[in-house]
Write a protein that binds this ligand. Structure first.
Ligand SMILES: Nc1ncnc2c1ncn2[C@@H]1O[C@H](COP(=O)(O)OP(=O)(O)O)[C@@H](O)[C@H]1O
Ligand SMILES: [Mg+2]
Length: 325
């Protein structure tokens, strides 16, 4: 197993105003990730899907130990990394990389493209000088930035969003990582370019034998690329399973609602759109019982009282919903 996550939590303390500090000693927390467990195989694509605010980005950062968990356990390549110091994590960093959502913010504007991609090679002492430069040129070619010599010397300011994301991908891949967290890597990219970037990412996965933890709010994108999907809502996994099982036989009312929002390609055929009431609640005031009950079209009397646990309905297909208990 490449990665195993057990009962992972991240609570951010909410800053109190002066008056609040006088009136109460009680701490309040944003429960961004509230007890999730999953595992990833080598070379797989596992997607975390959910609306904005469901805790996807926080999960990605936790898994790479870019932030410290409040509770739970993270095992990477059989090694417990939950409380490794940053110093002890350093040699592992080359095996775990991240691609961020915003290609404009993720590159240093003063660094040439070639330097930006070479940087991890120098940091991890993998190569230097002419050897490093050749590795970068080869990587530029692989990510479709050709002729590589021209892109090597250019600055991010002269590149399009799609080209910048290719640079970010090259930078993440240059150390040959085993795990890449890709946090909404195409959501800020022009729609016409998205498929080609996703295809590139999938080609590189095959070539390098790496796995993606793919974060997206778009179930259609997740379907296109993943072998396993977890549906997140307010810091919890509501349903998880093989992509095929999840689409053929969705169990959770939330999954069904998300699925019903995907347009059907066949003309004349349509799916009934399940409309959810209201907005996703705040992660500071998570509803009692099932956290989805305030918006659930199937809710019944148990739902606001007891929290449903994630239960395996069929091999590898899990759901947390009282309809199945
Ligand atoms: N550093 C932080 N401090 C306080 N709250 C945070 C922080 N990062 C994220 N949050 C909150 O945690 C929740 C989950 O955020 P996030 O993981 O970014 O969700 P997603 O990526 O699914 O949109 C949100 O309510 C967000 O406001
Ligand atoms: Mg996010």
């Amino acid at each position: 197993m490449l990665l195993e996550v057990k009962n992972l939590k991240k609570y951010f303390p909410v800053a109190k105003t002066f008056i609040e500090r006088l009136l109460t000693r009680e701490e309040r927390y944003v429960k961004a990730v509230d007890g999730i467990s999953f595992s990833m195989e080598e070379g797989g694509v596992f997607s975390l899907v959910g609306e904005s605010g469901s805790g996807k980005t926080t999960t990605g950062k936790l898994v790479l130990r870019l932030i410290d968990p409040t509770a739970g356990q993270i095992t990477f390549q059989g090694r417990d990394i939950t409380s490794l110091s940053q110093k002890k994590l350093r040699p592992l960093r080359k095996h775990m990389q991240i691609i961020y959502q915003d290609p404009y913010a993720s590159l240093n504007p003063r660094m040439r493209v070639g330097e930006a991609i070479m940087d991890p090679l120098l940091i991890h002492k993998i190569a230097e000088g002419e050897e490093a430069k050749n590795m970068v040129l080869e990587m530029l070619e692989k990510v479709g930035l050709t002729p590589p010599e021209v892109f090597y010397d250019s600055y991010p300011a002269y590149l399009s969003g799609g080209q910048r994301q290719r640079v970010a991908i090259a930078r993440a891949m240059i150390t040959r990582p085993k795990l890449v967290v890709a946090d909404e890597p195409v959501s800020m990219i022009d729609v016409s370019l998205r498929a080609s970037i996703l295809d590139l990412m999938m080609d590189l996965r095959k070539e390098f034998g790496l796995a993606y933890l793919f974060i997206t709010h778009d179930l259609a994108v997740a379907k296109y690329i993943s072998d396993k999907i977890a549906i997140m809502y307010l810091g919890k996994i509501m349903e998880m399973g093989k992509t095929r099982d999840l689409f053929r036989d969705p169990l959770h009312p939330y999954t069904k609602a998300l699925l019903s929002a995907i347009p059907v390609p066949t003309p004349g055929k349509s799916r009934e759109r399940i409309k959810l009431k209201g907005e996703i609640p705040s992660a500071i005031d998570i509803p009692p019982g099932c956290r989805f009950h305030t918006r659930c079209p199937m809710r019944f009397d148990l739902c606001d009282k007891e929290e449903p646990q994630l239960k395996e309905m069929k091999p590898g297909h899990f759901v947390a919903c009282h309809l199945y208990s």
